[in-house]
Design a protein around this ligand. Structure first.
Ligand SMILES: [Zn+2]
Length: 343
């Protein structure tokens, strides 16, 4: 007796059963998107309003002399906490702390402040090669990109400085174009690290030409532009370069907002909106921080201009709730979600 051919419904059911129960084709639900904070992994949807580029502690002394002995962590905690609490009250839920190693990164202190303020905080791995390499340790000049990347991947796997606290992104920096050889190497090391960890690369960048050079290096190492945040895009005055970078998929971050330059920031955001590129735009203050080596940490700039000044202005010029949500919630979430972005 010949089997009757399956009708469409039977066929679909048996195909579904095969894909669910076949040992070779187990159906596995996609894992929820995640980000890595100093208190562990959270779901990306729980990031809430996020400031993608701020600082809590910075030490500009240089890689040769930098040390935790140069500041009193208790005092930094006392100075920074009220600013973080104020930010939480303004509605912010996640702060991305962009101080790299050899510039005062202190993962344990950030974790304490995160617990005390309720803010989710991300810290980073990677090296800062701008300012002529002043903030690079000597091994950054002698080692290869692969060796440097192995150090950063180790931080991702085992945590930073014995704390077990993991980086949530890669922070690097380069001066203006043309990139120095050691800067090219740092960008390549970031690409290699991204391919192993899925950490997003945020690069302090001197100008637009340097940003274009960076994404070429990423591309030639197999990393997509969507893994790249162009930090300090406001350093480039030509809006065409902002648009080109965003069209290629990179994140264009205008991150020096303060009370004196609100008009400029309205311009940046409007111009990105007009070009249909709001979904690649990030905003932050690059504010804070306790300055190691200065009495009482010097002057600490609050993280409030965006909430108190920029948002009301954006609403006044017709930005919808959805567009503001895009800028402050959706874009940072998409930018910092852990995932490997291969070409
Ligand atoms: Zn910064």
């Amino acid at each position: 007796m010949q089997d009757k051919p399956l009708n469409r419904r039977q066929f679909l059911l048996s195909a579904a059963a095969f894909s669910i129960f076949s040992p070779t084709k187990l159906w596995v639900p996609a894992p929820p998107a995640k980000v890595q904070t100093v208190q562990g992994v959270i779901r990306s949807v729980d990031m809430g309003i996020t400031l993608p580029h701020e600082h809590i502690l910075v030490d500009f002394i240089g890689a040769e002399s930098v040390s935790p002995d140069r500041y009193d962590a208790e005092e930094v905690f006392r100075v920074a906490l009220p600013h973080l609490q104020q930010l939480y009250k303004l509605g912010c839920r996640t702060l991305v702390e962009c101080t790299p190693a050899y510039l005062g990164r202190d993962a344990a202190l950030l974790q304490r402040l995160s617990k005390a303020s309720g803010l989710q905080i991300l810290t980073n791995t990677g090296y800062y090669s701008a300012v002529g390499g002043k903030y690079l340790p000597s091994h950054a000049f002698s080692e290869t990109a692969t060796q440097l990347s192995a150090r950063w991947v180790r931080e991702w796997a085992a945590g930073i400085d014995g704390t077990g606290i993991k980086p949530g992104f890669i922070k690097i920096s380069v001066d203006k174009a043309p990139l120095k050889e050691y800067s090219q190497k740092i960008v390549k090391a970031a690409a290699l690290t991204h391919l192993q960890t899925g950490l997003t690369i945020a690069a302090h960048t001197g100008n637009g030409a340097a940003a274009l050079e960076e994404i070429e290096i990423l591309r030639s190492n197999g990393v997509k532009e969507s893994a790249f945040i162009w930090v300090h895009a406001q350093n480039e005055k030509d809006a065409k370069v902002h648009q080109e970078m965003a069209r290629r998929g990179a994140w264009v971050e205008f991150d020096g907002l303060n009370a004196e330059n609100i008009e400029d920031y309205l311009q940046y955001v409007q111009s990105m909106r007009k070009a249909g590129l709001l979904q690649n735009t990030l905003l932050s203050h690059d504010a804070g921080w306790y300055h190691a080596g200065e009495t009482g940490g010097g002057s600490y700039r609050p993280y409030d201009t965006l909430f108190k000044r920029l948002l009301p202005s954006l609403r006044r010029i017709g930005f919808t709730g959805a567009q503001i949500d895009q800028l402050l919630v959706v874009n940072p979430r998409n930018a910092f979600t852990l995932r490997i972005r291969k070409t």
